[in-house]
Design a protein. Structure first.
Length: 628
């Protein structure tokens, strides 16, 4: 046994046998005693999923287990059980932004061994090695401060519980923040065939991440403990079915009477499939389906948590702290954030195995969208898996409220900047934007009408309170490409006020600008706001959006005149609007109102002259046509 420092490269290395490619993604997890057959079964697993030769693999895996078990602290009985993982992955972008983290406690320590340094051992057999930062106080401080900043609810026993959206956003922001903070931090260099040891469950455990998966990868890890310690691992019962090995700690399809007296056995069995989806294990999903997991029923057991009053219990099913009425498909796409490629792959596999794409989950509390998996995905701004669902045949018109599915369109547009973009990589932001645009187009193609008329049973001034308005959303997001998609699909019809064949889209926009002025926005900020939306406003003007008023109320043009000079809104409208957007007589009457304001009056007068010239030209052309 060597000195158990938090991080070390072992002196003995492994002569890795030839592996050049993998044939599919898969994961082997083994929880149980360190036995002589373990290396044999692991070699069979690798030979099945790679081009490696089983006979060459077995002695190397046996050597890996022997070296690491000897290095591990403790006597024979204190390390006679292990958790061995072999993960095979294909190229994807899931870790293009590193997932810097420290491993927390893996199991409950035996009494008297709480202070012993516990470690995991890792060996890369193919592809890029694990990223690991050189341990130092700056790294640990940065990691801990970022976690405290974004995971604000941690270590606050009596504080408010975060919503699911808040937790997901915090994960994203933490990952982006640490990605930037550690971009140039020194890293541990692990050579070919070298075994790296790193501690877990300690404040000084190394900060590490999966590498960018630019090629096929085969990665093997092991950690050791006593038999009693391994039995406390909360996952062992649900994971044993995935190993392909005779599980030492039996996973059962039957009731677990000490811990559950309400769930039928069939429901407990189906929970394995949900667990597999949650842990990205395609092999376990396939196994669950093969052994009869009913993927066609909506399952109301997706998250199993032990009773708080008996924290040592490990139920297969039992007390449910957060009910999730959802198919495995809902879970696959509801819980993924950075692992977008994996989420898409799971969605596709589940669809192939018969999961109903349009099944609806019941809403639960305020932070659940409920409904179909597609609606939940779009509501949580996970556009790429939503695209995959649509491409596989999901129907966006199945679950429609009175708005006819328009909220789906607005969700593709709204709040795309809700993440802190200063911490978000440009590549990731652009990828999400492109996916949102593609999703918007596909939703329209599949039957969502962006021009669905407003209901006429309430005053117009109530529309903005709760009705989705995709064009206004696109304008506020400064997204000209999105605007083009909507206009081409007839979205202006949504804005029409049918009593007078008018629209108030630009009026509402300018009013928002005026409200921003009243709230104290600076001159520079206002100019930037206006400048960023000029292209979108021009598209709306070309689409015949109005800047005058036919209902006796203020207009976009009149509201712009009221705003303090210097923001350029009046000049911009006057330069780009035509007689299709405003009546000449309206500008003339508005000019009279501002006759004492020389600056505004001159702008309106020039605009009036421009419109008169345009009107005269049109009348002249019409006279020529009539004479012919």
């Amino acid at each position: 046994m060597s000195d158990q420092s938090p991080c070390a490269i072992l002196s003995e290395s492994i002569d890795i046998p030839r592996i050049t490619s993998t044939n599919q993604e898969s994961t082997l997890n083994y929880y149980g005693p360190v036995s002589g057959s373990l290396a044999t079964e692991a070699a069979k697993f690798l030979a099945c999923h790679t081009d490696a030769v089983e006979q060459e693999l077995e002695p190397k895996i046996k050597a890996f287990l022997g070296i690491t078990q000897a290095d591990c602290s403790g006597g024979a009985e204190e390390k006679n059980a292990c958790w061995l993982t072999i993960r095979i992955t294909k190229p994807c972008t899931a870790y293009k932004i590193p997932r810097w983290h420290q491993d927390g406690p893996m199991f409950e320590y035996d009494k008297g061994r709480e202070d012993v340094v516990r470690s995991k051992y890792a060996l890369t057999l193919l592809g890029p090695s694990t990223l690991m930062l050189q341990p130092d106080e700056h790294v640990f401080k940065t990691q801990h401060e970022a976690e405290a900043r974004y995971d604000w609810w941690q270590n606050k026993a009596n504080g408010p519980e975060p919503s699911e959206d808040e937790m997901y956003d915090a994960d994203d922001l933490l990952r982006d923040s640490l990605g930037n903070a550690f971009k140039n931090a020194p890293r541990v260099q692990v050579g070919h065939g070298q075994i790296v040891r790193f501690s877990w469950g300690r404040d000084d455990s190394p900060v590490h991440s999966e590498p960018d998966l630019v090629s096929d990868r085969v990665f093997m890890t092991v950690l050791y403990g006593s038999d009693s310690e391994l039995r406390t691992m909360i996952l062992y019962k649900r994971n044993a079915a995935a190993t392909g090995l005779p599980p030492w700690y039996t996973w059962t399809h039957e009731h677990d009477p000490p811990h559950c007296w309400t769930c039928p056995a069939e429901k407990a069995f189906r929970s394995c499939l949900h667990w597999a989806v949650f842990h990205d294990s395609l092999s376990t999903i396939k196994l669950g389906v093969a052994y009869g997991s009913d993927v066609n029923k909506i399952n109301d057991v997706a998250d199993f948590i032990p009773y708080e009053e008996d924290p040592e219990s490990i139920p297969i099913c039992g007390p449910i702290k957060r009910v999730q009425l959802a198919t495995p498909l809902h879970l696959a796409i509801f819980l993924k954030r950075f692992e977008i490629d994996v989420a898409c792959a799971i969605v596709e596999k589940l669809a192939q195995w018969g999961v109903p794409l349009d099944a609806e989950a019941e809403s639960q509390w305020g932070d659940w969208h409920g409904g179909t998996a597609l609606n939940m995905l779009i509501g949580r701004r996970k556009f790429e898996p939503a695209l995959k669902l649509l491409q596989l045949g999901a129907d966006p018109t199945v679950q429609q409220d009175e708005d006819g599915g328009l909220r789906l369109l607005s969700n593709c547009i709204n709040d795309r900047d809700r993440e802190d973009m200063s911490n978000c990589s440009p590549e990731r932001a652009e990828r999400k934007r492109e996916a949102g645009l593609e999703l918007l187009s596909l939703l329209i193609q599949k039957g969502i009408d962006p021009g669905k008329p407003h209901k006429l049973d309430r005053p117009y001034d109530l529309y903005a309170l709760d009705d989705p308005r995709p064009l206004l959303s696109a304008l506020l997001m400064s997204d000209a490409r999105c605007m083009e998609i909507l206009l081409d699909a007839g979205a202006m019809a949504r804005e029409a006020i049918y009593e007078n064949n008018h629209d108030n889209l630009l009026r509402d926009f300018v009013e928002m600008m005026a409200d921003a002025v009243e709230e104290g926005i600076s001159l520079r900020e206002m100019r930037d706001e206006v400048e960023s939306r000029k292209e979108s406003v021009c598209l709306l003007l070309n689409g015949v959006a109005r800047i005058d008023s036919r209902d006796g109320e203020y207009s976009a043009l009149s509201k712009a005149c009221d705003i303090k000079q210097g923001f350029g809104i009046v000049d911009f409208l006057a330069e780009n609007a035509t007689c299709r957007n405003v009546e000449v007589e309206y500008v003339a009457s508005l000019r009279e109102i501002y006759k004492r304001d020389e600056v505004v009056w001159e702008k309106l007068d020039r605009f009036h002259q421009k419109l008169m010239a345009e009107k005269n030209d049109r009348e002249g052309i019409q006279d020529i046509k009539n004479s012919e």
